[in-house]
Ligand binder design. Sequence first.
Ligand code: NAP
Length: 248
Amino acid sequence: MTFNNRTALVTGAGRGIGKAIAETLARQGVTVICVSKSADSCGAAAASIVAAGGKAKALAVDVADGAAIAKAAEQLLGEFPVIDILVNNAGITRDGLLFRMSEDDWDSVIQTNLTSCFHWTKHIARPMARARWGRIINIASVSGIMGNAGQANYSAAKAGMIGLTKTLAREFASRNVTSNAVAPGFIKTDMTTEFVNNAEVSAKILETVPLKRFGEAADIANMTAFLCSEEAGYITGQVFTVDGGMTM
Ligand code: NAP
């Protein structure tokens, strides 16, 4: 894969899938801006990339706060004239059946997973479009494709990310900026520890996964890195499921 010393911003890069994406891109010579909510988390991720010989910077931003994103983007675009690759990966779950779901649970999941993509893209994609090269990757979920009982907020946010991905693909195609989504199935991270470590629940989940195992963060990072590469330049507006065959 070819990366030509690009610069990427990865949200939720402090842990799990986002950290694996940041590390994978950094190994390919990409300069990575690691964003997460806590300064400790993105700071440690960036430090480990630098210790391994890569180029990285950390920035703590609450992606549920549009004003904080605007301020962070202004600061970053002062330092990096163009951010070539945007990976919207930060996400949370607040699960519960619809009748028991509070408005706060609904709002915080929509803000963090979906509205954050709107804000980051608005700020980062303008210089990308001017430069006539860019990659936007939104980390959605199979929940946004199939729905999932107990995840009305999360599946709505992830389906929204898929719609946004396709619209951005159409709006930015003439500027040579591609936009794609990756939809993970069950991946072993802090987000899923509770299920993975519960033998009964995990056996039930694995009944629905033809490959009969949970995915690793690297499985998502490898697909994302490919979509960020030069070689993926003719792919846009697509959703790639990486789910062990769950949704085939
Ligand atoms: P994770 O291990 O819980 O990590 C989430 C990351 O997002 C953390 O770095 C966290 O920051 C960051 N984050 C959360 N809220 C934020 C906020 N308000 N502002 C800034 N950063 C915030 O989750 P993951 O499993 O890696 O999930 C990554 C993405 O993949 C999410 O969008 C998730 O919905 C999606 N996904 C995951 C799975 C799965 O099975 N794991 C399946 C489908 C989709 P801190 O480190 O500072 O807390």
